[in-house]
Ligand binder design. Structure first.
Ligand SMILES: NC(=O)C1=CN([C@@H]2O[C@H](COP(=O)(O)OP(=O)(O)OC[C@H]3O[C@@H](n4cnc5c(N)ncnc54)[C@H](OP(=O)(O)O)[C@@H]3O)[C@@H](O)[C@H]2O)C=CC1
Ligand SMILES: CC(=O)N[C@@H](CCC(=O)OP(=O)(O)O)C(=O)O
Length: 395
């Protein structure tokens, strides 16, 4: 096979563990078609970087789009060839986001004026609803990671009920693969269209799926108290996101009717083998980034908190981006800020038979753009951690 060997900089947590288990060295290979893709797409005069996969970022003037741009600055293969905006079309990205001035990037264009002939893959960072029509009109040869909720729910009627609008691309929905990387890795590798998960569903499914799979917790008694930074609501101006509405206080929203409920229940039901119904209440916190889910579960008969801990340990040891903290250590959102990591832990509840799980991510990275890059890495045949080994920013 015409292949490429990745050297020590890619040998990190999971491959180190796998290598140790096998007692051997680790080599990663990429598909020859990718290794020989056209070069010279994003070219920086300052650091002389040339990249081989041509990326379009649709919605680059928003929070998740600009986060993709930030992350790709250190990606060795994904170079940005196209960036779109709506109100900000025609502007330079550095005028919209001065923190991105360091990169040599094309100007923002309207989607309708975009030329996709020089693009291999797109990240679609657009509002729900808008996305369906735009993805439908893209050339079928493009790989797509969609960060919106438009293709996450398999049941179209459920989408229409929770999102309050007709689905205009049900045929594409059938093709879409749900992009919770750690759980659906094989399917994602072979996908053309990936529906990146919502941020709350990511924090919730990462600990619960391995526990439900192992029948360690009851599927009928799950209570989730979740908290998000304000960037989760996007950059668009809304009265409810004004400083005066979010500073110096917290509040719940979407009580009993948040649109992530069906997404969470779909993922958990798939592994539980029965219809899971959850109590889920999100809260808005006076912080820009970060997300925490505190999850109360009933353990199966005879199961202890140590059993849950061991199961999560086994799961996380094989995962690059999931860490179970030492027993008793409480995960904080500020521990994962700016990184693609999910940190979690499990604690005994004072009520016998119950346990409390705490899971944290950066909503813009593992909850959105980082997970999207992780998925496209797999779809393009690269190691899943490529360009994503940013360490958390603390304090
Ligand atoms: N923020 C988060 O933490 C997460 C968000 N998501 C999802 O990702 C998607 C993007 O979110 P986010 O980046 O926060 O949103 P923003 O509101 O910050 O950005 C939206 C982007 O879409 C563009 N846009 C808006 N309307 C249109 C339109 N009609 N046609 C073409 N482009 C349009 C905007 O352009 P302009 O600014 O120029 O008008 C902007 O670039 C959403 O579906 C969101 O739900 C998913 C996970 C987490
Ligand atoms: C704070 C805030 O408003 N958060 C958003 C969730 C953002 C997210 O991850 O989800 P989507 O991709 O489904 O938009 C909300 O509650 O709707």
């Amino acid at each position: 096979m015409d292949s490429m060997v990745f050297t020590s900089s890619y040998v990190t947590k999971s491959c180190f563990l796998k290598s140790k288990a096998k007692g051997g060295n680790v080599k990663f290979y990429v598909r020859s078609s990718i290794a020989s893709a056209p070069m010279n797409l994003q070219f920086s005069e300052k650091n002389n970087v040339q990249k081989s996969v041509r990326i379009g970022v649709l919605g680059a003037s928003g929070y998740t789009g600009s986060e993709i741009v930030r992350l790709l600055a250190n990606h060795p293969y994904f170079g940005i060839a196209l960036m779109t905006a709506d109100r900000k079309a025609g502007q330079s990205i550095a005028s919209v986001f001065p923190h991105l001035v360091t990169q040599n990037l094309p100007n923002l264009v309207a989607v309708n004026d975009a030329d996709f002939s020089n693009v291999d893959a797109v990240f679609c960072c657009l509002p729900h609803g808008t996305t369906q029509d735009i993805i439908k009109a893209l050339p079928g040869s493009l790989k797509v990671v969609d960060l919106s909720a438009d293709f996450r729910l398999r049941d179209i009627a459920e989408y229409e009920e929770w999102y309050g609008q007709p689905h205009r691309a049900p045929e594409l929905q059938k093709e879409a693969v749900y992009g919770l990387t750690e759980i659906l890795r094989q399917e994602i590798q072979n996908a053309r269209l990936v529906a990146n998960p919502g941020c709350y569903p990511t924090t919730i499914q990462l600990p619960l799926v391995p526990l439900l799979k192992a029948n360690l917790i009851e599927y009928s008694n799950i209570i989730i108290d979740a908290k998000s930074g304000v960037s989760g609501a996007g950059r668009g101006a809304k009265e409810s996101n004004l400083y005066t509405e979010v500073a110096e206080g917290i509040h719940a929203y979407g009580v009993t009717r948040h649109r992530h409920v069906p997404e969470i229940e779909q993922g958990l039901s798939d592994v539980a083998g029965s219809k899971v119904t959850v109590s889920f209440t999100p809260h808005l916190m006076p912080m820009s980034r970060g997300m925490q889910s505190t999850i109360y579960v009933q353990m199966a008969s005879g199961v202890t908190v140590d059993d849950l801990y061991e199961q999560l340990k086994a799961f996380s040891e094989n995962e690059e981006f999931v860490f179970l903290l030492e027993k008793g250590v409480v995960p904080h959102t500020r521990n994962v800020r700016g990184s693609n990591y999910c940190y979690m832990n499990v604690f005994p509840d004072r009520i016998s038979g119950r346990a409390i799980i705490i899971s944290v991510i950066d909503n813009l990275v593992k909850g959105a753009s980082g997970q999207a890059v992780q998925n496209l890495n797999l779809m393009m045949g690269y190691p899943e951690n490529t360009g994503l080994l940013y360490q958390p920013l603390f304090p």
